[in-house]
Each structure stands twice: as C-alpha cells, then as structure tokens.
Design a protein around this ligand. Structure first.
Ligand code: ACO
Ligand code: OAA
Length: 369
C-alpha cells in the first residue's frame, strides 16, 4: 500500500470528471469546454444549467423547454411549508435549507431511481424548489408571509423577487444572474466532494445534496460570503476596514473572502467579474463608498499577505446592494451550486467507484482490556 499522505487531500486527484476544471495557469475555469467567465458574460444561468445537465449549451428552443419544465415544478408541498413554520426561529438559514432539502426527498416519487433521466428530472425539480425553499424558509424564520413564485417572471427575476418581494430592475436581474453562473460550478470544492462521496455508496441525489449543504455552511467555504458582509458593515469606512483587518491579522485571524486552496497566490477570476458588477451596481445605487471600501480591503490584503480576494469577497456586497438579507447569502450560493452538485452526483452514479480511503494511524496499539 502507498504510504503517501496529503493533509486536506491538497492537490490529490480524487476523480475523473468531464464537468469542470480550474486551469490556474491560464486563469480559466473550464466548464464543459467553455470559460465560466465568458459564459457569465454571454448566456443566462438557465443556459449554464442546461450545459451542466446535458453536456452541451441548449439552443433557444431547448432553453425555453427547460424553463417551462422548471416553472411546471414551482411550488412546495404544503407539509414542507408547515415544517418551515415549525422550526425554531433561531435556526440558521443553511440548516433550514438542509432540513428542507432532506424533507423534500420524501415527496419525490423517483427518489430511488438512479438513471440519468430520473436524476435529470430530480435536478430540475431542485432547481425549481430550492430558491423557494430558501426564500420561504427566511420568511418563516422572520415570521413574514410566504412570497409565492411568479411564472410570468424569468427564473432569475423570480428568484430575487421571492427573496425581496420586489420585481428586480433589468440591471439587478443581469447581475444576479451572473452571480448565479459564477457560483454554479467549481470543480471539486469540499461540498461537491462531500456529495460525490455520499453518491459513491449509490445513495440518492437529495441525500448527497443535503451533505453538500452541511459542507457549504462552514466559514472556510460558502459561509465566508456572510462573514465578509458582517466585516464590511462592522468596519463602516475605509479607515475602519483597514483598522479592523490589521487587528485581525495581528491576532493571526483569517480574513474572510481572501485566499483559496487552488488559486493560492493568484486571482479568482470570478471575484474580478463580481468586482466589476459591484462597481456598476454601487454607482447605480449611490453606494460607490462600498465599492471603494472593498478595494481598500483588497489592496491591504495584497500588501500585507499577498492574498487575493475569492468570489465571496465581492459577491457579498453585490448581494447586499441587491437587497438580499445577509443570512441568505450562503443559501443563495447553495441554490446556484445545486445544479453543479447534481451534475457531479449524476456523473458519480454513471462511473462509480466507492470512496474508501485509508488512514495514517497515530493512536496506541497492543493495549489489552
Ligand atoms: C467560494 C468559496 O468557497 S472560496 C473560500 C471562501 N473561504 C474564505 O474566504 C475563508 C478565508 N480563507 C481561508 O481560510 C483560506 O484561504 C482557505 C480555507 C480558503 C484556503 O486555505 P488553505 O488552502 O488551507 O490555505 P492555508 O491555510 O494553508 O493558508 C496558507 C497561508 O495563507 C494564510 N491565509 C490563507 N487565507 C487567509 C486569510 N483569508 N486570511 C489571512 N491569512 C490567510 C494562512 O494563514 C497561511 O499562512 P502561513 O503560511 O503564514 O501559516
Ligand atoms: O473551490 C473551492 O474550494 C471553493 C470555491 O471557490 C467554490 O466552491 O466555489
């Protein structure tokens, strides 16, 4: 047996995949042959969802059919709405989502069918229901009336509408759509790995996604976008942010929204796209101070630690200006990533090898009772 041990599986190749690849040298996120940033600049989230599910970009007709199929699946079972209302009001929104997705499994007639066709239909159901789950979950926890989906709006406009209760402007819709695309898929992060590990026992898509939600909640992963916004609000100004960041660094604390296991000392291309989006949105909303503050923080981290922002750093203030409550930033990330995780689960089911690694044992031996 090989004795190689890589803590955190750093740089270990865990799977073959035809879904995506981070080409750090070329600063490209390859998604089924396309550059993710180019996709975000040229097509919609539903096009990317079709690409991830089927392997090729849908034409206009295929895209419309996909949208129709998703809209047909809008709505939550009444019992799921009751579960949301019954949860304690202090429940974290990622835990609400984890419970909701897990409970939704019981209502899917095809839960145990692992065929590509059935898994595709389940992924479409999840695309339809997860945004509503997080919006209505938030409304349950904050004791507000549920906002129901509207099928006269685009998928993305409806997603934002269910959260804020307002129909977004064209600019807000476009920026939110771009954010969903850049969050949709990213090779083998902890959450996708967790989902593939679960799927490798031939467990079902809902179970694998439930595991991914638990993974994504953590601050070192998806939870960072909420922590970034809390830091920016606590800082309040350029000087405040410099003081806060320097004091965190002096205490050897991590600054959320910076660094990345794969990009390391290189820029995350998604962060650059969201930085431009923030610039435009902040101008529109008379909040260029927020953009400037973020740039001050970026420059400080480059100077002090030679670290670049990751996607969460610039997505956080974008979501804030879109009127999304901070508690929903990570759930929105999860909703966008649902399609990426679903594609990985389908690929795992199609080319399966059970994940079962070994350990480097450091405990005692030869003890006797
Ligand atoms: C969309 C996403 O999910 S992206 C990830 C979002 N997460 C965050 O933003 C959380 C903050 N970032 C981090 O904690 C890390 O950069 C991670 C977890 C993302 C990657 O971490 P790792 O690959 O394990 O990097 P590692 O911990 O080895 O860090 C290398 C060095 O950079 C430092 N470092 C890395 N990130 C940060 C940070 N955000 N703030 C301060 N220092 C940092 C480490 O302290 C370490 O320094 P040292 O060598 O002097 O000890
Ligand atoms: O790739 C990672 O490790 C984390 C990340 O950026 C993502 O999931 O989008």
């Amino acid at each position: 047996m090989s004795s190689s041990y890589y803590p955190g599986l750093e740089n270990v190749i865990a799977s073959e995949t035809a879904i995506s690849y981070l080409d750090v040298e070329k600063e490209e996120i390859v998604v089924r042959g396309y550059d993710l940033i180019e996709l975000a600049q040229n097509v919609t989230y539903l096009d990317v969802a079709g690409l991830l599910l089927e392997g090729s970009l849908p034409d206009a007709d295929e895209r419309n059919k996909l949208e129709e199929r998703i809209k047909w699946e809008y709505g939550l079972p009444q019992n799921i709405c009751s579960i949301l209302r019954l949860l304690p009001k202090k429940t974290d929104l990622m835990d609400v989502l984890r419970t909701g997705i897990s409970a939704l499994a019981s209502y899917d007639e095809e839960l145990e069918d692992r065929s590509k066709e059935a898994n595709t239909r389940k992924a479409i159901r999840l695309l339809a229901k997860v945004p509503q789950l997080l919006a209505n979950g938030y409304q349950a926890i904050t004791e507000q009336a549920f906002v129901e989906p509207r099928d006269d709006l685009s998928y993305t406009a409806n997603f934002l509408y269910m959260i804020t209760g307002q129909v977004p402007s064209k600019m807000e819709e476009t920026i939110f759509d771009q954010s969903l695309i850049v969050y949709s898929e990213h090779e083998m992060p902890n959450s996708t790995f967790a989902a593939r590990v679960i799927a490798s026992t031939q467990s079902d898509l809902y179970g694998a996604l439930t595991g991914a939600v638990a993974s994504l909640k953590g601050n070192l992963h998806g939870g960072a976008n909420e922590a970034v916004m809390e830091m920016l609000l606590e800082a309040g100004s350029d000087e405040g942010l410099e003081t806060l960041m320097l004091s965190k660094l002096a205490r050897k604390e991590r600054i959320m929204g910076f660094g990345h296991r794969v990009y390391m000392k290189k820029a995350d291309p998604r962060a650059l796209l969201m930085k431009d989006a923030l610039d435009a949105l902040a101008l529109e909303k008379n909040r260029s101070d927020l953009y400037t503050m973020c740039v001050v923080g970026e420059e400080l981290m480059k100077r002090e630690k030679n670290l670049h922002p990751n996607l969460d750093y610039y997505a956080a203030p974008v979501y804030y200006l879109l009127g999304i409550p901070i508690d929903l930033f990570t759930p929105v990330f999860l909703a966008a990533r649902t399609i990426g995780v679903s594609s990985h689960v389908m690929e795992q089911h199609a080319h399966n090898r059970l994940f079962r690694p070994r350990v480097h044992y450091t405990g005692p031996r030869n003890l006797h009772p």
